[in-house]
Ligand binder design. Structure first.
Ligand code: CTP
Ligand code: MG
Length: 236
């Protein structure tokens, strides 16, 4: 069964607010996109990768792509879910319907290849697919419109959805196509799958695997990478 990766990298990084899209900012001497692709390049089971870029993005990306990766480029859409759908469309003649697609945000450069391998292992025995997720550690409050607390939410059954997320090619395409047709914006791939009534499996993921969203995440990602690369820790 083939596994293709999809890396949505067509966002503008509005919340981070830099002059360039956040995936082109450098941490530890390389762009965020480079780190992400380099880490996925170390996942041996991938047959190829679709990199999704904004149509007006003129950044030369070939230097960001490791030679070991078989890469196609797709055009980004309005929202992340449209970008992923565009990537699936260009795989139409490449993949059989039961092959897997593994979607990973360009903005998560600290992912460990060993965690991706672990996710693939678990999902290969699962009917639907799954995702890396981290348990919630803070106490969660429900609030009303006035900002007053109306209750404390039991966090024991709550997880934060991370990426990668891996699903069967035809099921993810159907799920994202349906969401697009119904004008529903889904913020991760699992949400689209769930709306078909299916239940993806959670694989506990490391809190290292942050999504760079705000400016302060850049420093955090640098610290995580330095720690991951420090002697004795082994390569991530
Ligand atoms: N993404 C994409 N196409 C879009 C929007 C987002 O491919 N239309 C990608 C981003 O490049 C990122 C990932 O989806 O790798 C997760 O999105 P997010 O962290 O929200 O990135 P941005 O949309 O760039 O950030 P912001 O929401 O702050 O503008
Ligand atoms: Mg966004």
């Amino acid at each position: 069964m083939a596994i293709w990766a999809i890396v949505p990298a067509a966002g503008v990084g509005k919340r981070l607010g830099a002059e360039i899209p956040k995936q082109y900012l450098s941490i530890c001497g390389k762009t965020i996109l480079h780190h992400t692709l380099e880490r996925l390049g170390r996942v041996r089971t991938l047959s190829g990768l679709v990199l999704v870029l904004r149509p007006d993005d003129k950044t030369p990306v070939s230097a960001e792509i490791p030679e070991s990766l078989n890469v196609r480029i797709a055009r980004g859409g309005e929202e992340r879910c449209h970008s992923v759908l565009n990537a699936l469309k260009i795989l139409e003649f490449e993949l059989a319907s039961d092959d897997w697609v593994l979607v990973h945000d360009a903005a998560r450069p600290c992912v460990k290849p060993s965690e991706v391998d672990g996710l693939i292992d678990v999902v290969s025995n699962h009917d639907v697919g799954g995702l890396l997720a981290a348990p919630v550690s803070d106490t969660l409050k429900r609030v009303n419109d006035e900002g007053e607390i109306t209750g404390t939410v039991d966090r024991t059954e709550l997880y934060r959805a991370l990426t990668p997320q891996i699903f069967r090619f035809h099921v993810l395409k159907r799920a994202l196509r349906l969401a697009a047709d119904q004008n529903r914006i889904v913020t991760d791939d699992s949400a689209a799958i769930e709306s078909l009534g299916l239940s993806p499996v959670i694989v506990p993921g490391s809190t290292d695997n942050i999504k760079i969203t705000e400016e302060s995440d850049l420093l955090l990602a640098e610290a995580i990478m330095r720690q991951q690369n420090s002697p004795g820790v082994g390569s991530p």
